[in-house]
Ligand binder design. Structure first.
Ligand code: ATP
Ligand code: MG
Length: 425
C-alpha cells in the first residue's frame, strides 16, 4: 500500500478520513489552518483510525505557539509548566494542541541517569516526529491537504503490526522510563508485537521506574487497567519484569500465594468484562484486590505478636496503602474507598440484626459485595455468606424479614458461646 521511501502520503493512498475524526477536533484543525498555521492530527488519533479502531482522544500538533493558539480560541486554556500546551474546551471534551517540539541535544537538560528534566524548545514537524515514542505514534494527518506525513516509518510498522521505538530504545527508555510501560500497554491494547530491539532492553532497565513520580505512574495505571485489556497488560508487565516496580507488595504476595494470584487474575478479568459491557469500574476496586493479601499478611504478623485479629486488620490498612503509594500513588479519595471495601469484608459477616439494613445502604456495599464474591470463588468457605447477601438483595421486603428472623436465631446462638468464652478468661 505504501512506498517506504515516501514520507508524504496523499489522501487517496491512505484510509484516514474526516468521518472518523470528532467534530471538535476538526473544528480546531480548521481554525488553526484558516489562521495561517500548520495543523495536524497526530498520535493515537491517526494510529487508531488506521487500525480501524475508534480513537479515545484526538491530539493536535501545530507550528502556532500556545499564545497564538489562545488568540484563535476563546475557549482555550494554557496548561503545563515544563512544556506548555493549549487545551481547547468544548464542555467536557478537551482537544489538546501542542506546538511542534524539537528534540536535539543542545536544548535538553539531562539528569545523571539520562532522564530528561527539561525540554522546552519549539521545532518543526519533522523534529516533532522524532521525539515521539513509537513510529506508529508519529504519523501526522495534515488538514491542509488530507495527506499523512510519515517521517519514521510508522505506516510500514503498522502494516507489520509492530511497535517500534524511534531512535535507540535504551536511550529513549533512559530519557523517560514510562515508555517501557507505554510499550507494554500499547502492545496489548492494539494487539501489536513489540519489535525485538524495542522489547529487549526492558527487563534490564525496569528498575528505572523507581525514578518516576508515583503520581505519573497513577495516570499510567489508569490507562493500563481501565481500558479493557487489564489482564493481558498485567501478564505482560510481569513477563517484562516491570510488575515489582509498580506493585511490589502484590508481586511478592502473588509469588508466595497461588490463591491470591488467582484472585488478582479473576479481578482483572472481571474488570475487563465490565468495561466490555460498558459498566462503570472504580479504580480503587482493583487496588483493593491487589493489596488484599499484603493486608492479610501484615495483619497476621501483628496477630502473631498477640494483637486481636480485627485490631490488627484495621491497623494494617494504612501502612499497606502508604507503602503502595511510594510506587503508584493511591489517591486520597480512593484510599478511603479501599479501606471501606476492606472493612466491609468484616462487617458483611454480620448478616443478622438491624445492622444489615445500614450495610445495604452503605455507599460501598456493592463494591464490597463484589469483592466478597471474588473471594468466594477462591475460597469456598465464603460462598454461603456470599449467597446469603445475593439472596437478600434480590428478596422482597417480606422475604428479607424472614431471612433476618432466621439468621437472627443463628446470631443469637452465637452469643452464649461468646459469654462462655469470656467467663473462661
Ligand atoms: P492512547 O491515547 O490511545 O492511550 P496515545 O499514543 O495517543 O495512546 P497519549 O498519552 O494520548 O497516548 O499521547 C499522545 C502522543 O504523544 C503519543 O501518540 C506519542 O506520539 C506522544 N507521547 C506520549 N507520551 C510520550 C512519551 N512518554 N514519550 C514520547 N512521546 C510520547
Ligand atoms: Mg491519545
Amino acid at each position: 500500500m505504501t512506498n517506504p521511501n515516501q514520507s508524504i502520503i496523499p489522501r487517496d493512498q491512505h484510509s484516514v478520513s474526516r468521518d472518523f475524526i470528532s467534530d471538535n477536533a476538526l473544528k480546531v484543525l480548521y481554525r488553526l489552518h484558516k489562521g495561517g498555521y500548520q495543523a495536524f492530527l497526530v498520535g493515537g488519533g491517526v494510529r487508531d483510525i488506521l487500525l480501524g479502531l475508534r480513537p479515545k482522544d484526538f491530539d493536535i500538533a501545530t507550528d502556532a505557539t500556545p499564545e497564538q493558539v489562545k488568540k484563535l480560541f476563546r475557549n482555550c486554556r494554557i496548561i503545563g509548566r515544563r512544556f506548555r500546551l493549549a487545551h481547547i474546551l468544548y464542555g467536557r471534551d478537551i482537544i489538546e494542541v501542542a506546538t511542534f517540539r524539537a528534540h536535539c541535544d543542545d536544548n535538553i537538560e539531562q539528569g545523571a541517569d539520562g532522564m530528561i528534566v527539561r525540554d522546552n524548545v519549539y521545532g518543526t514537524v519533522e523534529e516533532d516526529a522524532i521525539r515521539r515514542d513509537f513510529t506508529v505514534n508519529a504519523l501526522y494527518y495534515n488538514i491542509a491537504d488530507f495527506s499523512i506525513h510519515d517521517y519514521c516509518g510508522g505506516l510500514a510498522d503498522l502494516e507489520k503490526r509492530q511497535l517500534k521505538m524511534i531512535g535507540d530504545p535504551v536511550e529513549r527508555y533512559r530519557e523517560d522510563p514510562v515508555r517501557m510501560l507505554r510499550a507494554v500497554r500499547l502492545g496489548c491494547k492494539l494487539n501489536l508485537t513489540i519489535e525485538q530491539q524495542t522489547a529487549k532492553p526492558i527487563a534490564e532497565l525496569a528498575q528505572l521506574l523507581e525514578g518516576v513520580p508515583a503520581a505519573r505512574l497513577w495516570e499510567e495505571y489508569k490507562k493500563m487497567f481501565l481500558s479493557g485489556k487489564g489482564q493481558r497488560t498485567f501478564n505482560q508487565l510481569k513477563h517484562f519484569g516491570l510488575l515489582p516496580y509498580l506493585f511490589p507488595q502484590t508481586s511478592k504476595a502473588m509469588a508466595e500465594n497461588d490463591d491470591f494470584a488467582e484472585l488478582v487474575t479473576i479481578a482483572l478479568e472481571n474488570t475487563d468484562s465490565r468495561l466490555r459491557d460498558d459498566k462503570t469500574v472504580n479504580p480503587a476496586f482493583l487496588q483493593a484486590v491487589m493489596l488484599w493479601q499484603p493486608l492479610l499478611d501484615k495483619t497476621e504478623k501483628l496477630v502473631a505478636k498477640g494483637m486481636g485479629f480485627n485490631d490488627a486488620f484495621y491497623k494494617s490498612m494504612n501502612p499497606v496503602i502508604n507503602q503502595q503509594s511510594q510506587t503508584v500513588s493511591v489517591m486520597r479519595r480512593y484510599a478511603g474507598v479501599i479501606q471501606d471495601i476492606w472493612a466491609l469484608q468484616i462487617r458483611l459477616k454480620t448478616n443478622y440484626g438491624k445492622r444489615v439494613w445500614s450495610l445495604l445502604e452503605h455507599p460501598r456495599f456493592r463494591a464490597a459485595y463484589d469483592f466478597l464474591l471474588l473471594r468466594a470463588e477462591i475460597d469456598p468457605s465464603h460462598q454461603r455468606l456470599a449467597d446469603w447477601w445475593t439472596e437478600f438483595q434480590e428478596a422482597s421486603r417480606e422475604q428479607r424479614l424472614k431471612m433476618l428472623a432466621k439468621s437472627k436465631s443463628k446470631g443469637s446462638k452465637r452469643r452464649p458461646r461468646k459469654r462462655k468464652s469470656r467467663a473462661n478468661h
